[in-house]
Design a protein. Structure first.
Length: 306
């Protein structure tokens, strides 16, 4: 007689649940309204500061270290007798630091794909619940009801852990905030690559070509100078060749990141990483490109031969 082994929890249960969350459209109306509100905030230059363009990667993961670290430390102190006052101080620090961290996260979230926004919305709601629980915990501690304050603090830490898991899925599984042009130097082979006759590149227009299966944006300027960048935007892989050209730059059609054609520098977010740039030259009436070493300064256009 054979027996059936007891059913075990699927090892992939959590990833499957999170993948299912990405496909749920029920909160899309809320996402649209919140996204419009965040994008309408009069932040001006502070928007790029919150995106983390100055840092080279999103600032939100850096900013959340303060509230999470403070609340985790408070939980440790709550396990030791006589440390209630210090734990309360740490909770207050975490609450004060949560506001800028949340604002940075909201600014990033507003410029994500829809599936990423769905996970991000639940991530934000979970962390909002954590903030509410910690605010209540601090209020009870001030009133002298330390035991209740501790209980609420541990519930808040549980919500923070759940929010962290959602944030991890958003960052690593969905690649929100990742540099989507990072693979280019690993894929494009060394040396010059011929990509087409010069006549195929009219002045003032963005043209898309390919090098080793990597899409490349090519722009011929009015003076005949050629500029070439990796075509997939470093923010979320938007097609730069479908964007707009303005003042020696290209603006991504998806989320508005602006890159300088001469060197790929991201002059405006939400992109926090520059675009890989290609040197150009004309040989026998054909345009050739070569991936530029990021440590090199901008080279003059290659010589015309033939």
């Amino acid at each position: 007689m054979t027996t059936t082994p007891p059913r075990r929890m699927r090892r992939d249960l959590v990833p499957r649940l999170l993948d299912s969350l990405e496909r749920q459209p029920y909160g899309d109306a809320v996402i649209d309204a919140l996204g419009r509100g965040v994008r309408a905030l009069p932040l001006r230059g502070a928007r790029d500061l919150l995106h983390g363009r100055w840092l080279g990667h999103p600032a939100h993961p850096l900013l959340v270290q303060v509230p999470v670290g403070s609340w985790l430390s408070a939980a440790v102190l709550d396990l030791w007798p006589g440390r209630a006052r210090e734990a309360g101080s740490l909770i207050a620090v975490g609450l004060a630091a949560a506001a800028p961290a949340a604002l940075a996260g909201a600014v990033d979230w507003a410029d994500l794909h829809r599936r990423q926004q769905r996970v991000g919305l639940v991530h934000a709601l979970t962390n909002t619940a954590a903030v509410g629980l910690y605010a209540a915990s601090l209020a009870y501690r001030v009133k002298g009801r330390t035991k209740t304050g501790r209980g609420l603090g541990f519930l808040g830490l549980t919500a923070v852990a759940a929010g962290g898991a959602l944030g991890g899925h958003l960052a690593y599984r969905q690649a929100a905030g990742a540099n989507h042009a990072e693979e280019v130097p690993q894929v494009v082979s060394e040396g010059w690559h011929r990509i087409g006759p010069v006549a195929e590149f009219p002045a003032g227009r963005a043209v898309r070509r390919g090098v080793d299966d990597v899409p490349v944006l090519v722009v011929r300027e009015a003076d005949g100078t050629f500029r070439a960048l990796a075509d997939r935007c470093s923010h979320l892989a938007g097609p730069l060749s479908e964007g707009t050209l303005e003042d020696g730059c290209v603006r991504c059609p998806w989320h508005g990141s602006v890159f300088r054609l001469a060197d790929g520098w991201n002059v405006q977010g939400p992109a926090t990483s520059p675009q890989p740039v290609f040197d150009t030259r004309v040989v026998d009436g054909h345009l050739e490109v070569r991936l530029r070493d990021p440590d090199e300064t901008e080279n003059e256009p290659g010589p015309v031969a033939g």
